[in-house]
Write a protein of this length. Structure first.
Length: 366
C-alpha cells in the first residue's frame, strides 16, 4: 500500500530513534538538581534539547500515524464486521492524506539549516537567444518575481536595467529583501526557456526563446573584503527613462573591480551616492558568488542545496504558453497552470524543488 512504499529507510529511522531517545534523556537530566545548580551545564543541555525538540515531536507524530495505519490495516485484513472494516478504511484514507505532509516536514527538520537561507538576494535577468521576444520574456519574468515577492511581503528595488524598447529588458538587475528570500528563490538560477507565438509573429508560429537568471545572496561588507585601491569608479550621464533630470545629471556610476574584471553599473536612482551604494552591493554579491563557486569546485561538488549544476546557461525550466504548461527539467515536474504561475503563484514548484533538494542531501548522507 501507499504508506508501506513511502516510509523512511532503516538508517533514517535509526537516526530519528536516537534523537527521540536523547530528547527523553535530556528531559530527565534538566530536572536533576545537580544540573539545575550548574548553570553552564544547564544552559548547554537546554540548548541541545531545543535543537532537537521539534524533530522529536514531529517524529512522534510520524510514528503515531504509522502505528495507527498498521492497526487499521490489520482490521481491514482480518476483521469480519463490515462496519469495523469501513471505519478502518476511513482511518487509512485519513492517515494517507496526512502522512506525506508530516514526512516532508520531518525531512526539513532533519537537514541542517542553510547558513545563507536568511540572506537577501541580487537577481540578474538577461535576454538570451530570441531577440525581441527574449527581451519581452525577460520583462515577464521580472513581473512574475515581483508578484511573488509582493505575496511574500518582500521588498524589490531595481538596481539597473537596459530597456529593449519593445516592452521588455535586455537586462535587469534588482534586489529582493525579506524573510527567507534566498531559501525560496535560490533554485531559480539557470536558463529559462519560453515557447509561444510572439506578438510580432504574423504567421502564428510558435517560437522558442531563452532568458538566463542569476540568483546571488546579497553579501555584507563582512562577507567580502574589497580593497578600494582595486576599484575604478566612473561617473556617467544616465541614459534611458527619467526625463530631463536624468539626461543632464551625471548620476550613473560604473565600478570596475580590476583584479577580477567584474564591471557593475547602476543608474536607476537620481542620486549618485545611492547608485554607487547599489553598485557596490552588486559587486560584493558577485565577488561573494565567485568565492562560493571556488570553494565548491575545490570540494569537487556543487552546493548540496542547489538543484542542477548552478550554471546559469543550464536549461532548468520551460514555459509553454500554447499548452499553459510550465516544466522544471531538474525534477521532471509539469504544472498545467502557467497562467497562475506567471501571476506569482510559484509556491507549488518551489516547495517541490526544496523537497527534492532535501531528499538529495539525505541520499548523499546514506
Amino acid at each position: 500500500m501507499y504508506i508501506d512504499d513511502n516510509k523512511f529507510n532503516e538508517k533514517t529511522i535509526a537516526k530519528l530513534e536516537n534523537i527521540r531517545k536523547r530528547y527523553k534523556e535530556l528531559i530527565v537530566k534538566l530536572s536533576d538538581m545537580e544540573v539545575i545548580n550548574d548553570q553552564n551545564l544547564y544552559k548547554e543541555l537546554s540548548k541541545e534539547m531545543s535543537n532537537i525538540e521539534d524533530i522529536s515531536k514531529k517524529y512522534d507524530e510520524y510514528d503515531s500515524l504509522l502505528k495507527n495505519y498498521q492497526g487499521a490495516s490489520e482490521i481491514i485484513k482480518y476483521e469480519s464486521d463490515c462496519d469495523m472494516i469501513d471505519m478502518a478504511k476511513e482511518e487509512v484514507a485519513d492517515i494517507e492524506n496526512k502522512f506525506e505532509k508530516v514526512k516532508d516536514e520531518l525531512k526539513f527538520l532533519l537537514v541542517p539549516p542553510d547558513p545563507l537561507a536568511d540572506k537577501n538576494i541580487i537577481v540578474e535577468i538577461r535576454a538570451g537567444t530570441g531577440g525581441d521576444e527574449a527581451a519581452i520574456f525577460c520583462g515577464d519574468l521580472f513581473r512574475m518575481y515581483s508578484r511573488y515577492a509582493e505575496k511574500k511581503n518582500w521588498k524589490i528595488e531595481i538596481i539597473d536595467y537596459n530597456d529593449s524598447g519593445v516592452g521588455g529588458y535586455k537586462e535587469i538587475i534588482f534586489s529582493i529583501s525579506g524573510k527567507k528570500v534566498y531559501e525560496n528563490l535560490k533554485f531559480e538560477y539557470g536558463g529559462h526557456r519560453v515557447q509561444r507565438i510572439p506578438v510580432t509573429e504574423a504567421n502564428g508560429r510558435v517560437h522558442t526563446s531563452a532568458v538566463t537568471v542569476a540568483i546571488m545572496p546579497e553579501a555584507e561588507e563582512a562577507d567580502v573584503e574589497i580593497n578600494q585601491d582595486d576599484l575604478r569608479i566612473d561617473v556617467l550621464r544616465s541614459g534611458g527613462a527619467g526625463g530631463q533630470h536624468v539626461n543632464k545629471t551625471e548620476s550613473a556610476v560604473r565600478i570596475t573591480h580590476i583584479p577580477s574584471g567584474i564591471v557593475v553599473k547602476c543608474q536607476d536612482d537620481r542620486s549618485q551616492h545611492k547608485n554607487k551604494a547599489s553598485a557596490m552591493k552588486v559587486l560584493r554579491s558577485r565577488l561573494f558568488e565567485r568565492e562560493m563557486e571556488k570553494l565548491q569546485n575545490e570540494r569537487s561538488s556543487m552546493r548540496k542545496e542547489q538543484v542542477g549544476s548552478g550554471d546559469r546557461s543550464q536549461k532548468i525550466r520551460t514555459y509553454n504558453f500554447p499548452q499553459n504548461r510550465v516544466t522544471d527539467h531538474r525534477i521532471n515536474l509539469t504544472l498545467y497552470k502557467l497562467d497562475f504561475f506567471m501571476l506569482g503563484e510559484l509556491d507549488e514548484m518551489i516547495d517541490a524543488l526544496k523537497i527534492n533538494s532535501i531528499e538529495e542531501i539525505m541520499r548523499n548522507e546514506d
